[in-house]
Design a protein around this ligand. Structure first.
Ligand code: GLA
Length: 402
C-alpha cells in the first residue's frame, strides 16, 4: 500500500511552487507529487554503521518531487533550490558522475543504483525542491535519495518495498556520491510515523515505533556553524570503528560487550579505545531511551541525552565549541525537565532538545539571548513535529494553479 501523508505537516506553499514550476517548464501538470522527510535523531549517534541502535523521528520538513513519466529514456530535472538549474541524462547511456556540481549526483546515483538492482523504467520529467536546511545534519540528502526512489516506484508501479528504497538511496550515497553513511537517515525517511519516533535495529533493519509522550516538543536549533571536513571526518570515524571491530574479531562493534572491551582495551590504541567506548555505551543508552520514551520519562531521558553528548564530545570527538556552547545554554534553560544533545554526523549542524511543551519559549529565549552573543553566530530554531515517512502527498489533484 502506498503511504500517503497528512497535508497538515507539509508546507503547501512549497508544494504549490513545485507544481507551478513544473507546469510552466514542461507545459502540463505533474501526474505525481511525492514527499520524503528529513529526520532528527533523538539518540544513537554513529551506531548505525556499527550494526547498532538508533532512535530518530522524521520531521515536518521535506523534499518534494513533482513528476511525470516519459515515453523515451530521458530523465530531465529542474532543481528549484539551485536557481532552477537543470540536469538531463539518458537511461540507455552511461550515467556519469558530475564533477562540476554536486546536486545532480544525488539523483543520478539513485537512478544508477535502481537500474543496477534490476528495476526497469523509462524516462521522467522531474521538479525538485525542499525546505530541509541543507548541511545542517537533518538529512536533506537522504530525503532527496528516498524521494527520487519513491517517485520511480509511483511512476512505474515498481514493486520495490520501503526498506529497498532506503538501501538503494544509501548505496547511491556510498558508491556514487562517495560518503560512507549508514542506513539510519534513509530508513527513517521511509518509515517515519506521525507522533512517533522509531527504534531501529540497524543490523536486522527491524523497526519499532515509539510514541512521543503527550505534550512533548522536539526543538531543533541549528548552530549555523559551517560543517567543515564532514565527509572525511565521518569516513575516518567509520574506518576507526571497522579497525576496532577487526581487533575484537567481530563483524561490527555492536558485538563487543562491555566485558570484552574491559578485558582487552589495554591492548588497543588509545584513540580507538575512546571510539569503541562511545559505540558500546551509546548502543546501551539508545535501547534504554526507547523504554524511557515509552514510559514518558523525560527526566531520565534527559540524563541519557546529556551522557550521549558528553560521549560524542570526549570519546567520539565529533562536537565543536559552538555546539557545546549551544547545548550548555539550552541545558540550563531546561534544568532536569528534559534533554538536549548534538544530533547527526557532527562537526557543526544542529542540536535536538526533547522538552515539555511549556518549556519551548524559555528555551527559545535562552538561545536568542545568549548564543549569538557567545559565539558570533545567529541560531535558527525549529519546533518540529514527528511526521510520516515518504509517500504521495495526500489529496493533491496534481493540477497546477497558475
Ligand atoms: C549521518 C549519517 C548516518 C549516521 C549519522 C550519525 O547522518 O548519514 O548514517 O551515521 O551521521 O549517527
Amino acid at each position: 500500500m502506498t503511504n500517503k501523508v497528512n497535508q497538515s505537516l507539509i508546507d503547501m506553499a512549497l508544494v504549490d511552487r513545485v507544481q507551478k514550476t513544473f507546469a510552466s517548464s514542461y507545459g502540463h501538470a505533474p501526474t505525481h507529487l511525492v514527499q520524503a522527510p528529513g529526520r532528527v535523531n533523538l539518540i544513537g549517534e554513529h551506531t548505525d554503521y556499527n550494526g547498532g541502535f538508533v532512535l530518530p523521528c522524521a520531521i515536518n520538513y521535506q523534499t518534494i518531487v513533482a513528476s511525470t513519466a516519459r515515453k523515451d529514456n530521458l530523465i530531465r530535472i529542474i532543481a528549484v533550490d539551485y536557481g532552477n538549474q537543470t540536469d538531463e541524462f539518458d537511461l540507455s547511456q552511461e550515467i556519469a558522475f558530475q564533477h562540476d556540481r554536486m546536486w545532480p549526483n544525488y539523483i543520478r546515483g539513485v537512478v544508477v543504483c535502481l537500474l543496477s538492482r534490476g528495476w526497469s523504467f523509462a524516462g521522467a520529467d522531474l521538479v525538485v525542491s525542499g525546505n530541509i536546511p541543507q548541511g545542517a545534519g537533518l538529512s536533506s540528502s537522504a530525503a532527496l535519495g528516498v524521494a527520487i526512489g519513491q517517485t520511480f516506484k509511483e511512476l512505474y508501479n515498481l514493486a520495490i518495498n520501503g526498506v529497498d528504497i532506503a538501501l538503494n538511496a544509501q548505496q547511491a550515497e556510498n558508491d556514487f556520491v562517495g560518503c560512507n553513511s549508514g542506513i539510519m537517515d534513509q530508513m527513517i525517511s521511509v518509515k517515519g510515523e506521525q507522533g512517533r519516533a522509531l527504534m531501529l535495529d540497524c543490523r536486522s533493519l527491524e523497526a519499532q515505533s515509539v510514541a512521543m509522550p503527550n505534550n512533548t516538543a522536539v526543538v531543533i536549533v541549528n548552530s549555523n556553524k559551517k560543517r567543515g571536513l564532514v565527509d572525511s571526518e565521518y569516513n575516518a570515524r567509520r574506518f576507526q570503528c571497522e579497525q576496532s571491530a577487526a581487533f575484537f574479531k567481530v563483524p561490527a562493534l555492536r558485538d563487543v560487550t562491555l566485558e570484552m572491551f574491559e578485558s582487552k582495551s589495554a591492548e588497543l590504541d588509545s584513540v580507538l579505545v575512546k571510539r569503541v567506548r562511545h559505540v558500546i555505551t551509546e548502543n546501551h543508552r539508545t535501547q534504554l531511551a526507547a523504554e524511557l520514551l515509552r514510559q514518558g520519562d523525560l527526566v531520565k531521558m534527559g540524563q541519557l541525552m546529556a551522557e550521549s553528548h558528553h560521549s560524542m564530545r570526549y570519546d567520539f570527538e565529533i562536537t565543536v565549541p559552538e555546539i557545546d556552547t549551544l547545548v550548555e545554554i539550552i541545558q540550563s534553560a531546561i534544568g532536569d525537565r528534559g534533554g538536549v544533545r548534538m544530533t547527526g554526523g557532527g562537526f557543526g549542524g544542529c542540536v535536538v532538545s526533547l522538552i515539555p511543551a511549556d518549556l519551548v519559549s524559555a528555551v527559545k529565549d535562552a538561545v536568542e539571548e545568549n548564543y549569538e552573543q557567545q559565539t558570533g553566530l545567529e541560531p535558527s530554531i525549529y519546533v518540529c513535529k514527528a511526521s510520516g515517512g515518504a509517500g504521495l502527498i495526500q489529496g493533491m489533484s496534481a493540477s497546477p494553479r497558475l
